[in-house]
Ligand binder design. Structure first.
Ligand SMILES: NC(=O)c1ccc[n+]([C@@H]2O[C@H](COP(=O)([O-])OP(=O)(O)OC[C@H]3O[C@@H](n4cnc5c(N)ncnc54)[C@H](OP(=O)(O)O)[C@@H]3O)[C@@H](O)[C@H]2O)c1
Length: 251
């Protein structure tokens, strides 16, 4: 697949190597991101809500750059982490193990799935600000929230069988390269996501801070363009067209 670019491990501003991605959640999003990150040269440690042994088949498929762990151990081993399961107010995240680290959160607020959160429904906070509150010492970024981690439906061409994360990926500079949104309160997190997304085959648009992340919520103009993806210019335009009073979920 032409979209994948083999890349050197990314580096923090201080120059330290950031190569191990801890993935909490091994469902559609977590497993698909694991495959893409490994292809791009990262090591991954992946966890679900259960024992690491339950991920035996996935880790075997992912190969030697992957291992399974308890969620807290995956967080501890991570240079940066990806939380790949929906927000819930009673989530018990490995707060200490993730302290000081960039944590990507690709959750979308789906009230039909997760229930209603009053602070989000009222527009007081975004669901990503709530997640940041659960990880007060981490640098949270909303990222990879509007690219599909599953096949396109219906499948009309062979590439449609690939997850959107793989199908839409293109090398840097390709004329049809797509862009993904990132929102964070931490500049370091935006920079890391930008380099990581580039390694996976995408440009980024900075839609910070987290309080602005409602602009990329389900149902917004940019969301409607997410199956086929959108260039940076299209994504910037669509983010600007979002209206908070539309009655759509605001995450
Ligand atoms: N699927 C997509 O295409 C897509 C696209 C954009 C955004 N997203 C977002 O990605 C997130 C995940 O979606 P998904 O489709 O991948 O869901 P999923 O297939 O249901 O997978 C959820 C995974 O999270 C794990 N998990 C749940 N609670 C956990 C905990 N406390 N610690 C560690 N792991 C835990 C589950 O483990 P168990 O199996 O042990 O329960 C499962 O492996 C959602 O927030 C969704 O909005 C998904």
């Amino acid at each position: 697949m032409s979209g994948h670019v083999q890349a050197a491990p990314i580096r923090t501003r201080s120059g330290a190597s950031v190569a191990t991605l801890g993935i909490l959640g091994a469902g559609q999003a977590g497993a698909t991101l694991a495959r893409a990150a490994i292809t791009a040269g990262y090591d991954i440690v992946i966890a679900n809500s259960r024992r690491p042994e339950t991920l035996h088949d996935l880790v075997r498929e992912l190969g030697p750059r992957a291992r399974a762990a308890w969620a807290a151990d995956a967080a501890a081993a991570a240079d940066f982490a990806f939380v790949a399961y929906p927000y819930a107010p009673d989530d018990r995240l490995p707060v200490e193990e993730l302290a000081g680290k960039v944590v990507l959160d690709n959750n979308n607020y789906m009230a039909w799935r997760d229930g209603h959160f009053a602070a989000v429904d009222s527009g007081e906070k975004t669901v990503h600000e709530l997640r940041q509150e659960q990880l007060p010492d981490s640098k949270l970024a909303k990222a990879f929230s509007h690219v599909q981690f599953h096949a396109r439906s219906p499948i009309r061409a062979p590439s449609d069988a690939l997850p959107g994360l793989v199908r839409l990926a293109r090398p840097s500079g390709a004329p049809d390269r797509k862009a993904l949104v990132v929102s964070s309160n931490a500049r370091e997190a935006v920079e890391l996501v930008t380099r990581f997304a580039d390694d996976l085959g995408f440009d980024t648009v900075d839609n910070s801070p987290l309080s602005e992340s409602w602009r990329s919520a389900a149902g917004t103009p940019m969301w409607r363009a997410s199956v086929d993806g959108q260039t940076r210019e299209e994504l910037i335009r669509n983010l600007g067209r979002a209206e908070r009073s539309s009655g759509l979920p605001v995450s």
